[in-house]
Design a protein around this ligand. Sequence first.
Ligand SMILES: NC(=O)C1=CN([C@@H]2O[C@H](COP(=O)(O)OP(=O)(O)OC[C@H]3O[C@@H](n4cnc5c(N)ncnc54)[C@H](OP(=O)(O)O)[C@@H]3O)[C@@H](O)[C@H]2O)C=CC1
Ligand SMILES: CC(C)(CO)C(=O)C(=O)O
Length: 337
Amino acid sequence: MTGVLVMGAGSVGCFIGGLTQLAGVPVHFVGRPRVLTGLRKNGLRLTDQNGLDRRIPALDLRLHEQPPAGLKPDLVLLCVKSGATAEAATALGLTLPQGTPVVSLQNGVANAELARATVPQLHWHAGMVPFNIAELAPGHYHRGTDGSLAAEGRASDVALAAWQTALGRMGMKLHLHEDLAPVQWGKLLLNLNNPVNALSGRPLRAQLLERGYRRALAALQQEALDLLDAAQRPVAQLTPLPPRRLLQVLRLPTPLFRLVAARMLRIDDEARSSMADDLAVGRITEIDALCGEIVRLAQGLNRQAPLNARMQALVQAWPKRRRPHSPAELLRALGLT
Ligand SMILES: NC(=O)C1=CN([C@@H]2O[C@H](COP(=O)(O)OP(=O)(O)OC[C@H]3O[C@@H](n4cnc5c(N)ncnc54)[C@H](OP(=O)(O)O)[C@@H]3O)[C@@H](O)[C@H]2O)C=CC1
Ligand SMILES: CC(C)(CO)C(=O)C(=O)O
């Protein structure tokens, strides 16, 4: 590959862009001054829970505040939060040659579609990142859980196939799917934990070890799964257990949950959801792309999604509250006691 452009150098962009560069592909990073300053000062360090610890010196990083004019990357990775999709897509559309492939590595099910509607001249692919990435220090990004990447595409998509090969050199798998929607819905179900985690104020592992938070998550997922069934939308299984079986496991008492969900609990002690990061620094969250998507799914069926709607309201009310919800408070607020 001659070059990859990362649009949105943050946790996902720096980690996956960094791996791509370590695989021998020149990578350009477009990001905010706060992030670029850290990268210029410290270089990029990538670590993971399996012992990865690699550095890219600052001098070897290609850093930009805007997509550079005249650049013709083989592939672009869109790594901004959902609320920034339209603006980032527009900036890409102004500089990239027509037909440049762009993979959205964002959560939610609608980002690639929104980008396509905003800038139809680029070639948009949905994508999915299953693992957690945290910025541990300026320039240091850490992967705290496992999993393989997925993207909408075929082996005949030259740039995607080349990226897949490059990532393979770094031990990272990328699965290509002609239709990514079932995978995206499967990921969205898992991401219904993002607001639970964010409102808990705890790291993911500690939060999942509290039965009250797991009951809240199971209720949100059950509401979503019932609606997905009613809408006849297939949902891919992204965890060792099928989604409905996972609901039962989430509701188990904690000692049993620890035993049955040992693999799910292979999470670094400090890992938090990306929404927890947003609440911590007062950014707009992706709640509309997660619970909001379930509420819209219900509306399309002339039904309601009261739990996901309440969760959406709780996250939106965070700036007034700014105090974590205990498990009992969260269950009460969702009407689950
Ligand atoms: N972190 C994780 O563990 C995972 C995240 N995801 C998903 O990946 C996506 C990215 O998440 P994450 O990496 O955590 O987000 P981050 O906030 O860490 O990174 C995104 C970065 O892009 C910047 N940005 C936004 N718009 C532009 C622009 N027009 N030009 C340049 N930079 C821009 C943001 O700046 P600013 O804050 O100023 O907008 C921010 O620094 C989200 O959809 C998330 O849900 C998926 C799986 C795991
Ligand atoms: C990996 C996962 C599910 C949880 O960290 C995530 O997607 C996020 O934090 O947004």
